[in-house]
Structure formats: structure tokens, C-alpha cells
Design a protein around this ligand. Sequence first.
Ligand code: NAD
Length: 483
Amino acid sequence: MTSPLQPKMVIGDELAAAADGRTFDVVEPHRGTVVAQVPLGAQEDVDRAVAAAQRAFEGPWSSMAASDRGRLMLRFAQVVQDHEEELAQLESRQIGKPIRGARWEVAQVAKVLEFYAGATTKLHGSTIPVSRPGFDFTLREPIGVVGLIVPWNFPIMMAAWKVGPALAAGNTAILKPASYSPLTALRLGELALEAGLPAGVLNVITGPGPVVGGGLAAHAGIGKIAFTGETATGQEIMRTAAGTIKKVTLELGGKSPNIVFADADLEKFASTSPYAVFDNCGQDCCARSRILVERSVHDQVVELFAKATQAVVVGDPADPATEVGPLVSFKQRATVESYVESGLAEGARLVTGGIRPTMDGLTEGAYLLPTVFDDMTPGMRISREEIFGPVVGITPFDTEEEALRLANDSPYGLSGSIWTRDMAKGLRAAKALRSGVISVNCNNSVHVEAPFGGYKQSGIGKDLGMESLEGYTELKNVFVDIS
Ligand code: NAD
């Protein structure tokens, strides 16, 4: 067995242990072994990181020409690309993510950094025809030091979604990864230095969410928190950030619908949609975990979907053939299993899954087979709550109006899919859904060029696109009197 990695935090140009020297273990969920011992940061480390980020902001970064900033970010993207396989292996190991998914996600990191490198010179203000004689114009300016708090389900990709626009807009940043998944974020911080980003532009600190994340949210030296994670944590961050009137962007939970009308290409729906909920073992904020299906094709859809689900390859994350690995932890599996029990107790019909796999090599890990419930009704817990595991429920509907009412009957509003060959119906439904990211006849509409983010309790503000970049700026208005 190899000995655990011992990465350090990135504070300024220093690879730093926690001020008090403490560490915590990162345990991989495939076998339950310790893969790394990581600094257990505390308030003193938050303060050190804020000081380093402030120095960099006041020093080289905010005064650098936007085009030079862009060039440095392009170099950063290239260095990440040069380390893609190393990063993918780390990602796969720390959270049990299948290596093929990890490779794809790490490749997205370089693309996101490239997009925002190009965007540095496209962040414009406007001139406004006011009613007094003079010139009125706006300037987009960086906020200063921003705190970026990210979850464990897509660790390095979520980090890139925030680091890219934050730096491109001229801010300096402190990245705080989740404790299940600190390894790729820490490496990203090292690679930023290797790429030549000035010390302190990107700092990475680790430690308990309430202490290190909470410390960032409370810190007077930070102007904005961009957060991705659970809705309850987002609420806590908003409360803490209120103390210093910080700007907040929150990307939170979801309970997204997958609406199947009778005229849809049912084969295409069934062959692709298991991945819309079981990918990343269901630990996906966009997971289409509620299938709403028109009653006339209900039985056919249940049969096709169950067959496609049983064909999903569950296995060792290191195997390139694996499509679904373990959950992130044994604790997370216990939570998901309690939802399976509640589905059964509330009268949903288990179609497939709901149990741990018995295949050789998987019994020691935090595995659970992809699980499909039929006869799910809107009041059930499995229909209302974000399970964050490989569980989907199917509910029949009779009319378009009923489908949309059921789809919108959720405190969340992140994403959702609509399947129909009638494009007028598809567009009507896309307009009617109270969610931020909609797909028609597919299950993914996430693009670096386009805004991503939730309605209702799924969040505030956007990731990706130029909209995200604007979210990392202050907007100044200047009037020049020429009377
Ligand atoms: P989480 O809320 O437990 O943790 C997210 C981050 O917040 C971690 O870095 C954690 O250490 C930190 N944190 C925890 N408590 C904190 C506090 N009191 N103050 C400041 N920071 C704190 O979320 P998770 O379990 O890592 O991720 C899963 C959740 O993320 C799910 O709800 C999922 O839907 C959501 N998510 C949303 C999106 C989106 O874009 N909308 C994307 C991915 C994940």
C-alpha cells in the first residue's frame, strides 16, 4: 500500500501547513483507505490567506492590463492541460469518481480557464444618454478578494467555474474545497504558481466548513463569497455574509424533473436518461431525479428505463469501463439507504436496485445499485427532498398542465428536461418551468459560454457565461459635466 499524500495549502507563494500543524484524513470510498493527510486549517490560516490575497490585489493583479491577465490565465489553462491525467487520477481516487468522468471534467477545467482568459478584454461598461449635458459612463471593476467555497461532487470543475471568472475580472481569490475532496484544489493552487500567476492571486485553504468556510464568509477583508453546495449551507453563508454586506452567489440543491410526453422518442429518452440521474452516483445537483411520464406510455417507459438502468456498469472507479462508482462516503450511502426505506414505507414500488452490489471487489466500498421507484406521488419524501444518490422515482401524469404543475411543485428550481417531438409543446414547457437550466430532448444544457444557475431555493446569481464574469465585478457610474 502506498503511504498517504501530504499536500499543503497554498497561501501566497508558500506551501503551508496549518498554523497549528493539525491535519485530517481523506478516505477514498472504493475501499475505505486513507489516501491523504491534509492541513486542518483554522481562523489563523483564513487570516493569512486573506492577507496574501489582499497584497496580490493591491500589488500586481488589479493594475495589470486585462490582456496580460488573459495571457497569464491562458498559460494557467495550458499547465492544467499538461497535468490532466494526474488531476483526473487524484479526483477519481479521493471521491470514487469513475476515471472516465474524472478525465472529462478535468478537460473542462482548461476549457473554462481558456474561455475566461479570452473574456478579460471583453468586460465593457456602457455610455448612457443622461439628461444633463455631459458624459455618463460605467466601469466594471474587480471587487477585491473573493472567497470561493466549493462542494465535493465535481470538485475541480466547480472550482474552475469560480476561479476562471473571479480572476478574469481582476479579483484575487481564496478557494476552499470540501473536506472529502481537497486534493485537486490544492494541486490547482500549486499549478497556478507554476504557471506564473503572481503569488496570492489564487490561494487554497482546507479545513472544516463552519471554521474555514465560515471564516471566509465572516471576514471583513473579503468582498464576495461564491458558493456551491447544499441549500442549508447556503442559508448559513448568507446569514454570516450579512454581517459585512458581502455579495453572494449561491449555487444550491435541486430536485429536477424529467418530463416525458407520449409523442417523445422514448428509446432515446430511456437509453440516455439513466445517466441523467445515476452519473456521479446521483451526486449531481442537476440529477433528473423525478421522472414525470404521460400515462399512455407509462408502462412502456418504466420497462425501457429499468432495462437501461440494469445495463449501467457499476464498478471500480479506476476501471475505464465503469459508469457508476461508489458514493462519496459510507455516511452518504447510509443517508441514501434511508431514503430507499422511506420510499418503500410510503408506498412507492421498487422496480430495480435499492440494494448494495454483491460483485467481487465492490463489497468493501460505499456502493449502492442504481435504484428506480415507480408509483412515486408528490407528497413522498423521495419526491420532495434532494437525495444526492442513485435513486429516481417515476410519477404518471394525464395532461400537459398537470405535468408542468407537478414539475414546478418543488422548493428547488435548478434544471430539468422535456421530451417531445412537438416543438411548440417543448417550448411552452421550457417557458413554463420555474428552473434556471432547461434541456429539450436531451439531458444536459451546461455550456461554458452560457449562464448556469437556479431559480427559487436553488440559488442566487450565475456560474459560467459572461453573466458569471459580471457577478465578480462592481459597477461604477461616472458623470463628467461639460456644461
Ligand atoms: P456542503 O454544503 O456540505 O459543502 C459545500 C462547501 O461548503 C464545502 O466546501 C464545505 O466545507 C463548506 N461549508 C460547510 N459548512 C459551511 C459553513 N457553515 N460556512 C461556510 N462553508 C461551509 O455541500 P456538499 O455536500 O459538499 O455538496 C453537495 C451539495 O451541493 C448538494 O446539495 C448539491 O445539490 C449542491 N451542488 C449544487 C450545484 C449547483 O451548481 N447548483 C453544483 C454542485 C453541487
